[in-house]
Design a protein around this ligand. Structure first.
Ligand SMILES: Cc1cc2nc3c(=O)[nH]c(=O)nc-3n(C[C@H](O)[C@H](O)[C@H](O)COP(=O)(O)OP(=O)(O)OC[C@H]3O[C@@H](n4cnc5c(N)ncnc54)[C@H](O)[C@@H]3O)c2cc1C
Ligand code: FES
Length: 282
């Protein structure tokens, strides 16, 4: 059992949670993820390791379906049945160069741990984080503390530059050289933003988020196409060379279980309502 040390809401439907998981915390490196299963009936879901402190790891997630909604209801002192990790390959961090760490939406969750590792390796670190609006922007203060330069964008202009992270990235690339970039967010954002770095020859990584089940390379559900070859994101990734990724296949596969996911969320909400009516939940 893994104890929830701290749980709080960061933005609409976005939650931050510190979980005591010493074996994960001890070995975790930037770019890796863990898989949680809340209880015996629970589904296994992958979440990025967003930070590590002592024996605890931080996860930041958006409550979009059954399991993330359930997770968002846990409070400090509650427990999670399984936390498996760290999983996946760590980020390949170069030394003494200029790196950009770019996050969109809840993908910003993955940026501080990479930015910190890049900084520790002697890089000049440029952070670019964006959200639909100011209320949905997370981790601005933390990224400001780590990065040498930080740029903010919002789709509606309510904070920072009015526009997308890709716009700011293009401007920054015109101002000076960059050795490598990480882009983390929704698949479409990673696709569009990585097209910006391509003409500049910047080594660019994206962290892919296909559906994962076992997280150990056995089930094949997380297969993605990179450089024309099938790769398993859980063991070969989740970070890959952005300019080699077939994003269209990724987006197609992410939608495979939409109907079932909708049904599972409806059943979960109906069960919660029934429990509340019977006084089984607050
Ligand atoms: C390596 C990796 C790291 C991730 N890190 C984060 C993170 O830090 N924060 C965050 O909010 N989300 C993260 N995700 C996505 C997260 O796993 C899904 O949001 C979560 O599984 C949704 O589960 P659900 O039951 O709440 O929603 P569902 O209704 O079941 O699904 C909603 C959507 O989430 C995706 N999804 C569903 N099940 C899975 C699964 N088993 N594996 C992967 N995606 C799934 C699908 O695109 C689906 O359409 C990550 C995914 C991967 C692969
Ligand atoms: S999640 Fe099963 S092979 Fe990757």
């Amino acid at each position: 059992m893994y104890r929830v040390e701290k749980a709080e809401k960061l933005a609409d439907k976005v939650f931050q949670m510190w979980v005591c998981a010493p074996h994960v915390a001890r070995h975790a490196r930037a770019g890796q993820f863990l898989i949680v299963r809340i209880d015996q009936q629970g589904e296994r879901i992958p979440l990025t390791i967003s930070a590590v402190e002592g024996d605890s790891v931080r996860i930041i997630f958006m409550a979009i379906g059954k399991t993330t909604s359930h997770l968002s209801e846990l409070k400090a002192g509650d427990t999670i049945l399984d936390v498996a990790g760290p999983l996946g390959k760590p980020s390949e961090i170069p030394s003494n160069g200029t790196c950009a760490v770019i996050g969109g939406g809840v993908g910003i969750a993955s940026t501080p741990i990479i930015a910190r590792a890049a900084k520790a390796a002697g890089n000049h670190v440029i952070g670019i984080i964006g959200a639909r609006n100011a209320d949905l922007l997370i981790l601005e203060d933390e990224m400001r503390e780590i990065c040498d330069e930080l740029y903010i964008t919002t789709d509606d202009g309510s904070r920072g530059t009015h526009g997308f992270v890709s716009d700011v990235l293009r401007t920054r690339l015109e101002e000076g050289p960059m050795d490598c970039a990480w882009i983390i967010g929704p698949a479409i954002m990673m696709k569009v933003t990585s097209q910006v770095t391509k003409p500049y020859g910047v080594k660019t990584y994206v962290s892919l988020n296909p559906i994962m089940v076992d997280g150990t390379g056995m089930c094949g559900s997380c297969r993605v196409v990179v450089g024309g070859e099938t790769r398993f994101a859980c063991v070969d990734g989740p970070e890959f060379d952005a300019h080699q990724v077939d994003f269209d296949t990724l987006m197609q596969r992410q939608r495979i279980y939409l109907e079932e996911e909708r049904e599972a969320l409806d059943v979960y909400h109906n069960d919660r309502c029934a429990c509340r009516e019977n006084g089984l939940h607050d």
